[in-house]
Write a protein that binds this ligand. Structure first.
Ligand code: IPM
Ligand code: MG
Length: 357
């Protein structure tokens, strides 16, 4: 029996449709296990630009800070492609992450048995399934470093600086080691230590910390090699921990390996249990409002919220099992549809998952 206050940022494009289905599922889980979830809506992204003239209004931040966790749909769309850089809808994401202190981004890439065919790699490469967790540092590095223009030897030049402090590295590595303990107990630290000073500091900190996690096997890999290994032999990975930019890139690659980006959730966590949960797919403006979007990534994100923010393991498992069951029954939204399956819309897919809770 628990009380949980959830801030909901539906955002743009398909965001409102998919979050609605996730909310329905949470309500059903609440009913089953006698938890009380309340939802408070806030605007961010393009819709906030339209209503407030800015992508991340202070009202939204206040609602998020007053909640136990945040559920986010997706932000952005062609309508706002021409707004100035500092106010682009995507800036709302970066702002939420830094203002809410969400330095740790968990991005699982998992192949569901029922969807093994969707994987673009040869069957033998992923035989027996795939389950990788990318732990991406989310509030530091080059995405938040000093940037600008200056006069150089060849005229005007632009620069973006990558900086990492020991504290920033320690806290993200701690999270990676900790989640690895609940998995295969393998952590691969991905970097560019043959070139970058920041990477060498990551390795130094990792070496200092590894004694505290004797059950975890720690390895290192250069990011260029990791990009290759992800398609050559992805099953070698359990937890990958890496910087903001490398994690951004590798998590897209890993998600593509599953062949079903519409299925992948993510969690952004800070110091305590507070987190922000969102599907990794974007706002898909081309299919917005047409009942075509896959709500499963949003639904699984709600599952991650139960697990990581509220520590409701059994409830989270219920959601995962419901999704698995629906996929095994051959239910498919257009993005994962194949011959012989049952084609469902967003709402119908949400209902199908709900029927298994
Ligand atoms: C992501 C996205 C964002 C990022 C963009 C939209 C700023 O690509 O969440 O991976 O780079 O972090
Ligand atoms: Mg990205």
């Amino acid at each position: 029996m628990g009380e949980y206050k959830i801030a909901v940022i539906q955002g743009d494009g398909i965001g409102p449709e998919v979050t609605q289905e996730a909310i329905n599922i949470l309500k059903a889980v609440g009913k089953k296990y006698q938890h009380h979830f309340t939802f408070e809506y806030a605007l961010a992204g393009g819709c906030a630009i339209d209503s407030y003239g800015q992508c991340l209004p202070k009202e939204t931040l206040a609602i998020c800070k007053g909640a136990d966790s945040v559920m986010l749909g997706a932000v952005g769309g062609p309508k706002w492609d021409n707004v100035p850089n500092a106010q682009r809808p995507e800036k709302a994401l970066l702002g939420l992450r830094s203002q809410l202190g969400l330095f740790s981004n968990l991005r699982p890439a998992k192949i569901y048995d029922a969807l093994a065919d969707a994987c673009p790699l040869k069957a033998e490469i992923v035989a027996g399934g795939l389950d990788i967790l990318i732990v991406r540092e989310l509030t530091g590095g080059i995405y938040f470093g000093e940037r600008g223009y200056r006069k150089g030897n060849y005229g005007v030049e632009a620069y973006d600086v990558e900086t990492y402090s020991e504290v920033e590295i320690q806290r993200i590595l701690k999270n990676a080691f900790t989640v690895a303990m609940q998995r295969e107990k393998k952590v691969c630290c991905v970097d560019k230590a043959n070139v970058l000073e920041t990477s060498r500091l990551w390795r130094k900190v990792a070496e200092e910390m590894k004694a505290s996690y004797p059950q975890v096997t720690l390895s290192y890999m250069y990011v260029d090699n990791a990009a290759m290994q992800l398609v050559r032999n992805p099953k070698q990975f359990d937890v990958i921990v890496t910087s903001n930019m490398f994690g951004d890139i590798l998590s897209d690659e890993a998600s593509m390996i599953t062949g079903s980006i519409g299925l992948l959730p993510s969690a952004s966590l800070g110091k305590g249990t507070f987190g922000m949960y969102e599907p990794i797919h974007g706002s898909a403006p081309d299919i917005a409002g047409q009942n075509k979007a896959n709500p499963i990534a949003a639904i699984l994100s709600a599952g991650m919220m139960l697990k990581y923010s509220f520590h409701l393991e059994k409830e989270a498992e219920d959601i995962e099992n419901a999704v698995k069951a629906v996929l095994e029954e051959g239910m498919r939204t257009p993005d994962i549809f194949s011959e012989g399956a049952t084609l469902l819309g967003t709402k119908e897919m949400g209902q199908a998952v709900l029927s298994h809770i």
